[in-house]
Design a protein around this ligand. Structure first.
Ligand SMILES: [Zn+2]
Length: 102
């Protein structure tokens, strides 16, 4: 994933990021993997990585992102980034565009 979702000077210190939209309080999670950044939805147990697509969907095992998600969350190991709701659809469409590139 490109860094186009963030301003150039934006620095993240964690691999897990919470994109928090106000005032609706919608949440989107992304996690940085080896070569890419993935979209994780803990409520749906969804991850946008290939492992999820090939293994998790066929019931074999959770990908490492979903596995590490709870641990990271529990330890507050994530960055919370606030967005306004105006940016939500823009953000989502960029996220999806990035996913379709893979
Ligand atoms: Zn994954």
């Amino acid at each position: 994933m490109s860094n186009s979702l963030f301003p150039n000077d934006f620095e993240t210190s964690h691999i897990l990021k919470l994109h928090y939209f106000v005032p609706s309080e919608r949440k989107l999670w992304t996690i940085i993997g080896k070569n890419n950044e993935y979209w994780v939805d803990p409520e749906l147990d969804y991850c946008s990585c290939k492992h999820y697509y090939y293994k998790t969907l066929s019931g074999k095992e959770k990908c490492q992102h979903l596995k590490s998600f709870n641990e990271l969350l529990k330890n507050n190991n994530y960055d919370k980034i606030k967005f306004s709701d105006d940016e939500y659809f823009n953000f989502l469409s960029m996220l999806i565009k990035d996913l379709l590139k893979v």
